[in-house]
Design a binder for this molecule. Structure first.
Ligand SMILES: Cc1cc2nc3c(=O)[nH]c(=O)nc-3n(C[C@H](O)[C@H](O)[C@H](O)COP(=O)(O)O)c2cc1C
Length: 210
């Protein structure tokens, strides 16, 4: 698949077929993640693959609790709409994956991570985006679940204290790749015109795009 096509057809996936991901495809997707840029070539990520259903059931429980709490941010019709949204596929997907960031990897000082100390986290997000796009090119869906309590997730997965869970992902063959984001389809949010987000020389100064 051509890169721009993968970018434009990538979707967050919450509904999965049960079919397992072939090991060679999974290995390619993880290798694509591992080829992301990282500050000082730190490669701070790990990939915790979670097949085990009892573990995933515990994670789903955190989601349920956090999702119920999140619904309280809304009232009336908006709350009803929020409650109707499917925002994870933890148990339906054949595989879950927690992408972590080891904040101590490569020692106390890493080239480039001096004044912008969260660049290890940014690097991990670059790996996640690589993974998401590589998966799309392979016809595999990825859904990011952030409605999660990180410390409980850390405990369930035995992640050491100096390692942050950055993304909890559900992975598998999707029921469909929608044309548009689900949140757009249900009228929750829509894409901002990119032109509105681009400034020239200083904040707020428009760019004419020519
Ligand atoms: C950091 C991050 C966290 C997200 N968390 C969730 C989530 O908890 N549940 C969910 O359904 N989607 C989640 N998403 C997916 C977004 O809702 C989705 O990317 C956005 O609506 C645009 O849709 P698209 O990815 O299909 O283009 C998350 C995406 C990102 C990048």
């Amino acid at each position: 698949m051509e890169l721009y096509e993968a970018i434009h057809t990538r979707r967050d996936i919450r509904k999965f077929k049960p079919d397992p991901i072939p090991k060679d495809i999974l290995a390619r997707i993880l290798d694509a993640a591992h080829h992301a840029g990282s500050v000082g070539f730190m490669q701070p990520w790990n990939f915790v693959l979670i097949e085990d259903v009892p573990t995933r059931t515990k994670v789903k429980q955190i989601f349920e609790e956090q999702n119920a709490a999140a619904a309280q941010n809304y009232t009336g019709e908006k709350q009803n709409l929020y409650r109707s949204l499917k925002l994870e596929g933890i148990l339906e997907s054949p595989l879950n994956l927690c992408v972590t960031c080891d904040r101590a990897r490569k020692g106390p000082h890493v080239l480039g991570k001096n004044s912008m100390i969260d660049t290890d986290i940014y690097s991990t997000c670059c790996a996640i985006q690589n993974l998401w796009l590589a998966a799309r090119a392979e016809g595999i869906g990825v859904g990011w679940v952030s409605i999660m309590e990180p410390q409980t997730l850390q405990d369930i997965l035995n992640i050491p204290a100096h390692v942050l869970p950055i993304a909890y992902l559900c992975i598998g063959y999707p029921v469909e790749f929608r044309d548009k984001p689900m949140l757009q389809e249900v009228g929750w949010e829509s894409r901002v015109p990119v032109q509105d987000l681009i400034y020239l020389n200083s904040w707020g100064s428009p760019w004419d795009g020519k």
